[in-house]
Design a protein around this ligand. Structure first.
Ligand code: SF4
Ligand code: SF4
Length: 364
């Protein structure tokens, strides 16, 4: 089993708390190099529900997203001279030279991208216009993979622990986002104090209306950019590398102080969700989820989905017929006994756990 830390940037190895050294089940259902959401690899999968196509484009996969990279991860990428990252570095340098979304705290997507992402409908995995600028079209991979941020590090289209796995990874995303915010503020405070002291590090509650530069994807006015970057204007790459060096030198207890009470709470939540994802417990009573989607397949099996549009599990048609017996009125063991006595059939504990994790059966 891999450790939680194994899917995160190397920089975090000695920095994040011991808990992140724990094992976590490998997400084998998200077969990224042969993308499980692309039609040619999704054998027997449901291709549409309610007329909505579920497959992803092979030339986007789930990378219809653009990351918000914290200053220290940008610096780590630019400081990594391995040849396999040359294309990622080149794209990052190009992005920095464009000045679009380039700030002392982040290298982030253009405001127009964020607007389209927020307002798009059923585009995820399907809109070429929202393909990530770091996506490698030839290999279908990521040119900045070792330095991807919280969202990219924790997203899977399917989870071996179903809904419990998704909750765990989403909670890890929340924790890592806090880490990114606090570390990027802390580095900015040391290298460009005015950025933080004038409140530019505070998240916008309401995104500003899109201006001409935003709509045309052009650099902000030169004066505003120079005021933002001060003595680092024109030397942004050096600034980002300095941010990386600061974080590299930070001890683990230094990060703990920066994360404060919020960090403690997020970590405890993460620990709790890790337990549930790793050691599933079947509730005493279960009922068939009335919101589950049901699709009969040509081979007579049934694809059932509930917790996610991207994950369905297949059951033989006869087994599906047994699910209606789970009404939540009797304990699971009693329902199984009834199935054995009246129908000479059973659903094993293993199958029931799978159905519960996918929320096809839910706690009554
Ligand atoms: S996580 Fe993304 S790339 Fe990996 S299998 Fe799922 S959709 Fe494909
Ligand atoms: S940074 Fe990499 S993993 Fe994240 S969306 Fe872009 S290409 Fe995909």
């Amino acid at each position: 089993m891999p450790r939680i830390l194994d899917s995160l940037p190397q920089l975090y190895q000695g920095l994040l708390p011991d808990f992140l050294h724990q094992d976590v089940p490998e997400e084998t259902k998200a077969t990224c190099s042969n993308c499980a959401m692309c039609k040619e690899n999704a054998q027997g999968a449901v291709d549409s529900v309610d007329g909505v196509n579920r497959f992803f484009r092979p030339d986007t996969k789930c990378c219809t997203y653009s990351p918000r990279l914290p200053n220290f991860l940008v610096g780590a990428l630019l400081s990594d001279e391995r040849p396999e990252l040359a294309e990622g570095r080149r794209r990052m340098e190009e992005k920095i030279a464009s000045r679009v979304g380039v700030t002392p705290q982040w290298v982030k997507p253009p405001a127009k991208f964020q607007f389209l992402y927020k307002n798009g409908h059923q585009f995820f995995g399907r809109a070429a216009s929202l393909r990530c600028p770091y996506f490698a079209m030839d290999s279908g991979g990521c040119t900045i993979w070792p330095y991807r941020e919280a969202v990219c590090s924790t997203f899977f289209c399917k989870y071996v622990a179903g809904a419990d796995g998704r909750k765990f990874w989403m909670s890890l995303k929340t924790y890592l986002t806090l880490v990114e915010i606090q570390l990027s503020r802390w580095t900015a405070l040391q290298l460009l104090p005015d950025y933080v002291l004038s409140g530019k590090d505070r998240a916008e509650t309401q995104p500003a209306p899109l201006g001409v530069e935003d709509l045309d994807d052009t650099a902000p006015p030169a004066k505003a950019y120079a005021e933002l970057w001060k003595e680092h204007a024109g030397r942004e790459a050096d600034y980002y590398r300095a941010c990386y060096r600061l974080v590299r030198e930070l001890p683990a207890d230094g990060l703990e102080k920066l994360l404060g009470l919020d960090g403690t709470i997020e970590l405890k939540t993460l620990e709790k969700l890790h337990d549930t994802a790793v050691l599933p417990r079947l509730p005493r009573t279960l009922k068939f989820n009335p919101d589950a989607t049901v699709q009969w397949m040509q081979d007579g099996s049934v694809a059932l989905g509930a917790y996610s549009d991207y994950d369905a599990i297949a059951l033989p048609g006869e087994a599906y017929g047994l699910l209606v017996e789970f009404t939540g009125r009797e304990p699971v063991e009693k329902v199984r006994q009834h199935l054995r006595d009246a129908k000479q059939a059973d659903l094993s504990e293993e199958v029931l756990v799978e159905l519960y994790r996918h929320r096809i059966l839910v706690e009554a």
